[in-house]
Design a protein around this ligand. Structure first.
Ligand code: KMH
Ligand code: ZN
Length: 274
C-alpha cells in the first residue's frame, strides 16, 4: 500500500469561531493552523480564506497573502486552493485563486443541497469551464464528489477529454444533501472510480474519524480539519487542526500505514511541479 496522504482542510467557508474558537480567519491564524497540521503530518493543505471578520472570500489577493504566509512556515506543503468557495458565490469569484497557479485546486463535480435552503451549484458547463482553466495552467484537479452521480459526471468529462487521467477524487461523505458516511457508501464510491485513480475521503461531523479509518485500511487517503469537523472526540472541541491530524497519524500507525511527506504525496498524486 502507498503511504498515506493526509490533507488538512483547516478553515472552510462555513465553519465559525462560535463553533470552535480555533477556527482561523486572519492570515496569521491561517498560517498558524496550517503549520499545526503540517507539523502533525499533513502533506496537503486544502485552502479557503476569510476576511478578518470571518467572511468567506475568494479574493486572489487574500489567497496570495495567505499562501505566502503558509509557505513561510511549511515551505514544501502542497497547497490546494478551493474553487468551491462558499454557497452563492459567482463563478468568477470562485475561479480567482487559479490565477495564482497553485499546484492543485478543487473541481466540484455536481450540484447538491447543502442544508436548509442552501444549494451548492456546479452545472456541467461550469465544471467544463473550471477544469479547462485548470488544464491551461497545469493545475491538478481534486475532483470533489458529494454523491455518486458526481463520479459519473467526472467519468463522462474524462471520456470527452476535459478531465485528464489519472484522476484524483475526494469523497465528501455526510454532507446534509449528499451521500451519507456509511462504510458501504464509501465502498460504492471507491468501486465506481476509473482504474488507476487515487482517492481521499473526508467525513463530515461525526463521520470524520470512522471515514478516516476506512480510508487508511482501504488504501485511500484521508482529509480531516475544521472545515469538516471541529471535535477531537464527542463533546471535546479540538484545540487545533494539528490535533485532528495527529489523531489520524496515531490511527494510521496502529493500523500499519506510514505517512507520506509532501514530496511523496506529489509522486503519488502525479504532480508535475513543486
Ligand atoms: N464550501 C462549500 C460550499 C470546495 O472546497 O471545493 C464547497 C467546498 C468545496 O468547500
Ligand atoms: Zn472546501
Amino acid at each position: 500500500m502507498e503511504k498515506l496522504i493526509i490533507t488538512a482542510c483547516i478553515c472552510g467557508a462555513e465553519v465559525t469561531k462560535e463553533q470552535n474558537p480555533a477556527v482561523p480567519y486572519t492570515v496569521e491564524e491561517i498560517a498558524r493552523e496550517a503549520k499545526a497540521a503540517y507539523d502533525a503530518g499533513a502533506a496537503l493543505i486544502h485552502l479557503h480564506v476569510r476576511e478578518d471578520d470571518g467572511t468567506p472570500t475568494q479574493s486572489k489577493e487574500r489567497f496570495d497573502v495567505c499562501i505566502r504566509a503558509i509557505k513561510e512556515v511549511c515551505p514544501d506543503a502542497i497547497v490546494q486552493v478551493s474553487t468551491g468557495g462558499a454557497v452563492g458565490m459567482t463563478n468568477d469569484e470562485r475561479l480567482q485563486p487559479l490565477l495564482l497557479n497553485p499546484e492543485m485546486a478543487t473541481l466540484d463535480c455536481g450540484t447538491c443541497n447543502f442544508g436548509g435552503d442552501e444549494i451548492f451549484v456546479n452545472t456541467e458547463n461550469m465544471i467544463i469551464d473550471f477544469v479547462e482553466r485548470m488544464n491551461e495552467r497545469n493545475i491538478k484537479p481534486e475532483i470533489e464528489v458529494f454523491d455518486k452521480g458526481m463520479i459519473d459526471m467526472a467519468k463522462r468529462l474524462g471520456r470527452k477529454g476535459y478531465i485528464k487521467y489519472p484522476m484524483h477524487f475526494d469523497f465528501v461523505m455526510g454532507v446534509n444533501g449528499g451521500i451519507s458516511g456509511e462504510p458501504r457508501d464509501l465502498e460504492f464510491m471507491v468501486g465506481s472510480i476509473p482504474e488507476g485513480s487515487t482517492w481521499t475521503v473526508a467525513g463530515v461531523g461525526r463521520n470524520q474519524f470512522p471515514m478516516a479509518v476506512m480510508g487508511i485500511i482501504m488504501g485511500g487517503h484521508v482529509r480531516v480539519g475544521f472545515e469538516d469537523n471541529v471535535y477531537l472526540e464527542k463533546g471535546v472541541p479540538a484545540a487545533s487542526n494539528g490535533e485532528l491530524v495527529a489523531k489520524v497519524v496515531r490511527l494510521a500507525k496502529e493500523l500499519g500505514r506510514e505517512i507520506a511527506t509532501p514530496d511523496e504525496a506529489r509522486r503519488i498524486l502525479g504532480l508535475s511541479r513543486g
